[in-house]
Design a binder for this molecule. Structure first.
Ligand code: G4P
Length: 190
């Protein structure tokens, strides 16, 4: 078993009742060795796909996307913003995302200068649950006329519908760990 998977199994806590808290490792405090090892594994999977851009959504995916990008040669990271910006507005690509986990709807935006029709895009995110964030990013990539190569996820909640929604659209989803269930506050892997 990968060291980062073991660490998440040992140190992650399950709360209310199907949320995994790993904010000391992944999405608040960041364990840079763990992120680097994950980034290396995304690179190993997608390295031959001619990726020109790594795209994520703020905030949880940004650290992971940056560590992933370090393993590709000269590939920038673009993160979609959740706050509307008057500076961006005239040149922004946007999409609407509904988060079931957080029960709110928000608009994500990317300046169109950073997503070009020539781009081959890898989406990276920390969690895949209902897949809404990734679907919003897919929509923006479509609007830009860019090519989506695949989606790399650190932790997939395999009992939720995110993967099937993305695969229905023909998206290649690569998750580093897939949780089948939470039982008695323990993580059961697929
Ligand atoms: P999705 O990310 O697959 O679209 O599913 P959903 O809309 O349900 O998730 C909403 C937010 O909740 C996402 O963060 C996602 O990363 C986060 N999330 C979902 N399940 C878990 C979990 O088990 N543990 C943790 N820690 N987060 C979870 P976000 O809205 O993109 O915002 P941010 O938290 O990255 O800023």
């Amino acid at each position: 078993m990968k060291e980062y998977v073991q660490k998440i199994l040992n140190e992650g806590t399950v709360i209310m009742p199907d949320i995994l808290k790993v904010d000391h490792l992944l999405n608040h405090q960041m364990d840079i060795n763990l992120l680097n090892d994950m980034g290396k594994d995304f690179y190993a999977y997608f390295k031959d796909q001619g990726i020109t851009k790594i795209v994520t959504v703020e905030s949880g995916g940004i650290g992971l996307a940056c560590f992933c990008a370090m393993h590709f040669c000269d590939v920038p990271v673009v993160y979609a913003k959740k706050e509307a910006s008057s500076i961006l507005s005239t040149h922004a690509l946007s999409s609407t995302v509904h988060s079931f986990t957080k029960n709110k709807t928000y608009t994500i935006t990317v300046d169109q200068r950073f997503l070009l029709p020539t781009d081959r895009v890898l989406i990276i995110d920390d969690f895949l649950a209902n897949g809404q964030a990734c679907l919003g990013l897919c929509d923006m990539i479509d609007k830009a006329g860019a090519t989506l190569v695949g989606v790399g996820i650190a932790i997939e909640k395999g009992f939720m519908k995110g993967r099937s929604l993305l695969e229905e659209k023909g998206v290649d989803v690569h998750s580093l760990m897939i949780i089948q269930a939470f039982e008695d506050n323990r993580i059961i892997l697929k």
